[in-house]
Design a protein around this ligand. Structure first.
Ligand code: ATP
Ligand code: MG
Ligand code: MG
Ligand code: MG
Length: 562
């Protein structure tokens, strides 16, 4: 391609709102442009990189036996109501309605849609397992869209879904996907780690996140220095701990209905609960509603409701939906959204607790003197909340270190959650109706692209690894007014094209300094400069990443590149 013909606007200045390198460089080098907060266009070279990342993702998905399909971004609210996520997903789900006032969601994720298709089309165990994926735009009204492509409100995701008639089959496909993810991020040249992730009520072993190691990452990873143990320490609801373990019967004490009338009452009541070492509570308000409270890890004894909301999460929702949503996979953002205003939350809390008819654990009862972990199932992440650097690693094989990570992928065993809610069943060998099992697997394709830039740049610009670079060669003619330079550059441009080498030809009538600076910024792996030595048929090769230079004769140029 000829640079002079392209839409490739480079900027000398760093955009004011771009805090991190990938955001700054992708804008400055002409890869992306912002249209609105968290919403970006990919300009031609940005689109080229995106397609290359996609191609690698596609290849590995196909290797893992997944079939590509394409589902709508516009999704009827009825489907989301079936699973309850219409109510529990919270404000991140973008909702719109059509001219007939029918409600729709803009797809934040596609479990509902795929499950509705599969329940209609799959009737027999003979049709299982199935593994399907798509690469598609997702919409999430993020509270804080930021960091350019890293946290957008519209972004590109690869999402895959598998359907099974046994846990063995689910496990097998989960393994395949896990391997595919490792292959993808390795092929992309990323320094990453797979970590145990928060799986809500579904147990700690059934979900992993793939984290690109980066100081600007929003997640903290606790990893062992001498073994493969690694986990996300993210604050997670520990509602799972309220499942009574079968082995340890608990003493329980009946307590009075709290009957809270003021925030103070609520605060005292919650304080009582939280003193037990319990970090989150589900209060049943009536048959349908529960209030979920989780607190930050800093106020243990002297709990004030005001403080409670600092890092706390409260939401009113239907109990079943809350319970399930907590373990519902990479789409399970609710019910743990911090509502927009503390006042509203406080009102909810007072209202809710003035009607409380039963306690945290069971109708009318509270557990006393219990030890989470012993008396309750405690998911792995819950233990990690207070973990410190230098602590022994939970696998007993090392010492914990912390690192920051960017979540680029997430694999999750969903089990029956969606299939159960949506009646996705099949007939087994004996003609008996059974609920399908599911897994879901996401990769943030646009986020991954930005993560590559976070790991591949220097003070002058991007240093793309070859497999995702928009072009392999950046051909620069330093002075297009000099006939010998122009002619040699044009000849080389043709040769590269004939040899199938992706080349960007800077044929602009710009000063050499501008061309070099733009070239460094754009970050194509190999630069071929046609300059003063053009008369003798020599050009300069320079590797973008290392700065290594050599002079090469015109006749050897193509051989040198391939
Ligand atoms: P995060 O914790 O960063 O909000 P998530 O856990 O909500 O991510 P998932 O629901 O697991 O995200 O979605 C699958 C993948 O989609 C994530 O692993 C991530 O790579 C990507 N992703 C999620 N939200 C965004 C976003 N706002 N912008 C870009 N990519 C995103
Ligand atoms: Mg996730
Ligand atoms: Mg999210
Ligand atoms: Mg996450």
């Amino acid at each position: 391609m000829r640079q002079g013909d392209m839409l490739l606007p480079t900027l000398r200045e760093t955009p004011a709102d771009a805090e991190i390198k990938s955001h700054q460089l992708l804008v400055r080098a002409g890869y992306i442009r912002k249209n609105a907060s968290g919403i970006y266009s990919f300009l031609p070279i940005g689109n080229k990189v995106l397609r290359k990342v996609e191609a690698i993702v596609r290849e590995e998905m196909e290797n893992a036996g997944a079939m590509e399909m394409n589902m709508p971004a516009l999704q009827p609210s009825e489907l989301w109501k079936e699973t309850g996520r219409w109510y529990t997903f919270g404000p991140e789900l973008m909702r719109i309605h059509d001219r007939h006032e029918r409600e729709f969601a803009l797809g934040a994720t596609h479990e509902e849609v795929i499950t509705s298709i599969i329940r209609d089309e799959v009737k027999s165990y003979k049709q299982l397992p199935l593994s399907l994926y798509q690469i598609q735009t997702k919409f999430r009204d993020e509270k804080r869209p930021r960091f350019g492509l890293l946290r957008g409100r519209e972004f590109l995701m690869k999402d895959a879904y598998t359907f099974h008639d046994s846990y063995e089959s689910l496990d097998e496909h989960y393994e395949k996907m896990y391997t595919a993810y490792s292959n993808i991020f390795t092929r992309l040249g990323l320094n990453f780690r797979a970590v145990i992730a928060d799986s809500g009520a579904m147990g700690g072993k059934d979900t992993h996140e793939f984290m690109v190691l980066s100081d600007i990452g929003e997640d903290t990873i606790a990893y062992s220095d001498t073994s493969s143990y690694a986990a996300n320490i993210e604050m997670a609801p520990v509602t799972a701990t309220y499942e009574r373990s079968n082995e340890t019967p608990l003493d329980k004490e009946k307590v009075a209905t709290p009957n809270c009338k003021t925030m103070e009452d609520v605060s005292v009541f919650l304080g009582h609960e939280l003193d037990q070492g319990i970090k989150s509570i589900m209060f049943k308000v009536d048959e349908k509603l529960v209030l979920v409270v989780a607190r930050g890890d800093h106020e243990i004894n002297d709990i004030k409701l005001k403080n409670l909301y600092d890092g706390a999460m409260v939401e009113l929702a239907r109990e079943e939906e809350v319970r399930k949503a907590m373990g519902a996979g990479f789409g399970s953002l609710g019910p743990i959204n911090v509502p927009s205003s503390v006042e509203i939350v406080a009102d909810h809390a007072v209202q809710a607790l003035s009607n409380v008819t039963c306690g945290a654990n069971e109708d009318g009862y509270h557990y006393k003197n219990v030890t989470p972990g012993k008396d309750f199932e405690v998911a792995t992440y819950a233990d990690l909340r207070f973990i410190q650097e230098g602590d022994p690693s939970p696998d007993g094989k090392g010492t914990i270190q912390f690192a920051k990570g960017i979540e680029v992928g997430h694999v999750f065993k969903l089990g029956e959650f969606y299939a159960d809610k949506m009646n996705a069943s099949y007939l087994d060998e004996n003609g008996k109706s059974k609920t399908m099992l599911m897994g879901c697997y996401g990769i943030g394709v646009s986020r991954t692209l930005a993560s590559i830039v976070e790991q591949y740049h220097d003070e002058n610009g991007i240093t793309w690894p070859k497999q995702v670079a928009p072009f392999h060669v950046h051909l620069l003619a330093l002075n297009m007014k000099k006939e010998e330079q122009k002619e040699l550059a044009e000849r080389l441009y043709d040769k590269f094209k004939q040899a199938g080498i992706e080349v960007l030809f800077d044929d602009r009538k710009e000063r050499a300094g501008v061309k070099f600076a733009d070239s460094d910024l754009i970050g194509i792996p190999l630069r071929v400069t046609v300059g003063k030595q053009a008369g003798e048929g020599y050009v300069e090769f320079k590797l973008r990443a290392t700065g290594e230079q050599t002079d090469v004769h015109e006749d050897d140029v193509v051989a040198h590149v391939t």
